[in-house]
Design a protein around this ligand. Structure first.
Ligand code: 5AD
Ligand code: SF4
Length: 459
């Protein structure tokens, strides 16, 4: 979500004449897009803002702005806390950014704009610099959230759930595809409830419309809420051949008591039942999840139930977090807080267990041929690697199941490479690491009998 919003910010600023620079000290304007979902993210934002004080001292004309969820949550308070800050703009003020910046340039005043907007389409992505679009893009389909999980700040900083108009979403994706984009990830806090409130299309109907876009090769989406994840979406995985074989289905805990106090509105049995149905229909599907350790009142027995659920599901990947109090979130007022050391101990145990499953799932792919979209090349030549052919370029891409695959191909000049960003390449996996795979590109050929054979690509 924040990557998409940062792109929107860059697009809006480019339209007013600002260009991006990789060197902070050269900048005339620095915008920090912030996240407040966990305490750590917020601390990082403030420490970066603190470091900008020195830069502003050297360059008094520098304009410093802070946007995103921290800005939405703290508003004018941040101006008090950060004296060298010029602008605080909220999650729904991105479209007003050019006007806000012009005002600061003209009047050298300090501005706070955290007002909400009713229109989720207000921040449609516009053509900025299509030459620099990546192969894969995020597209927000809905904003905000109505679920009010007790640990979560999102409904307070991003507002109520609102879905974007499907015609605008399709138009935006078509524009990206015309500019070379091959894969989109549809974003929302709870994509399963897309369009329900507004009486628009359902999420699976939207998927069908996106699937029909010519030239688009792959569709991903995130995030699904287990309570709303249903047979319709399971069927979509079977019917929609552009839909990638991966679902991110955050479970948060394996204990029913904890789930109840988190206000997640499902039990671990219901979650496991949905996973079983999904795997019965799509045996190859990769399932990833989010987990919180140390939620207030989480006992050793609760934590053991979380580990037991992980052993049952064997997730392909897991994002695990230590619980942190967030402003306005009801769990902040819950008693029986877990100590930092206990949270950290539990996190360690959980991560170690997950590591075995992540590795196991990767190892299972050795010998298989995976279609991947070549996303880009790393020009960095690793010197002296025995495995690296002379002058070969390191390419990267992802499997349909969202696992990173690296491979060597072509030469650094790019002249003899028949692989380019956006090309679908068949890669035979020969090595599996904890968080990535290595392979060799192969060509799939039809033989006289109509069977498919493989041969190595000419590098
Ligand atoms: N503490 C720890 N983790 C949190 N998350 C959300 N709020 C908190 C919090 N207060 C995690 C959840 C969510 C992910 C995006 O961040 O696991 O799915
Ligand atoms: Fe937060 Fe729950 Fe909404 Fe996800 S579903 S954004 S965790 S309130």
């Amino acid at each position: 979500m924040n990557v998409y919003d940062s792109e929107l910010i860059a697009i809006r600023l480019a339209a007013t004449g600002y260009q991006q620079t990789p060197r902070l000290e050269k900048a005339d304007l620095v915008i920090l897009n912030t996240c407040t979902i966990r305490a750590k993210a917020e601390q990082k934002a403030f420490s970066f803002l603190g470091r900008l004080a020195r830069l502003k001292k050297k360059k008094p004309g520098l304009i410093v702005g802070v946007g995103g969820c921290v800005a939405q949550q703290e508003g004018a308070e941040i101006l008090k806390r950060v004296p060298h800050l010029d602008l605080v703009f909220g999650t729904q003020a991105i479209d007003r950014l050019p006007a806000l910046i012009s005002k600061i340039e003209a009047k050298r005043c300090r501005i706070v704009d955290v007002s909400m907007s009713e229109n989720p389409d207000l921040v449609d992505a516009a053509p900025a610099d299509p030459d620099h679009y990546a192969v894969s893009r995020f597209v927000t389909i809905m904003r905000g959230c109505d679920n009010f999980c007790t640990y979560c700040v999102v409904p307070y900083v991003r507002g109520r759930e609102t879905s974007r108009d499907p015609d605008n979403i399709v138009k935006e994706i078509k524009f990206f595809v015309d500019s070379g984009v091959k894969e989109v990830t549809l974003l929302g806090q709870n994509v399963n409830s897309y369009g329900k409130k507004e009486g628009l299309l359902s999420f699976t109907e939207l998927l069908a419309r996106v699937q029909a876009i010519e030239g688009l090769l792959r569709i991903r989406f995130t995030t699904s809420h287990p309570k709303d994840f249903d047979q319709d979406l399971i069927d979509a995985f079977q019917e929609n051949d552009k839909l990638c074989n991966h679902i991110h289905l955050p479970v948060q805990s394996g204990s029913n008591q904890v789930l109840k106090r988190m206000n997640r509105k499902y039990t671990k049995e219901l979650y496991l039942d949905k996973v079983t149905k999904l795997r019965d229909t799509c045996p190859e599907i990769a399932i990833t999840s989010d987990m919180i350790v140390g939620f207030p009142g989480e006992s050793d027995a609760d934590f053991d139930e979380t580990l037991a659920l992980m052993k049952k599901v064997e997730f392909d990947g897991l994002f695990a977090f230590m619980y942190s109090d967030r402003p306005n979130a009801p769990a902040t007022r819950f008693k029986a807080k877990i100590s930092e050391s206990q949270k950290s101990e539990r996190l360690q145990i959980l991560l170690e267990l997950q590591e075995t499953y992540t590795k196991k799932k990767n190892v299972a792919l050795i010998g298989s041929i995976q279609p991947i979209i070549a996303e880009g090349i790393s020009k960095k030549q690793s010197s002296g690697s025995l495995d690296q052919p002379d002058q070969a370029v390191q390419w990267t891409g992802r499997t349909s199941t969202n696992k990173i695959v690296n491979f060597y191909h072509g030469d650094i000049s790019g002249s003899s490479s028949n692989i380019f960003p956006g090309k679908m390449v068949q890669v035979k996996i020969d090595k599996a690491y904890a968080h990535s795979l290595w392979g060799k590109p192969v060509e799939i050929e039809s033989t006289a009998e109509g069977l498919k054979g493989e041969k190595s690509y000419a590098a």
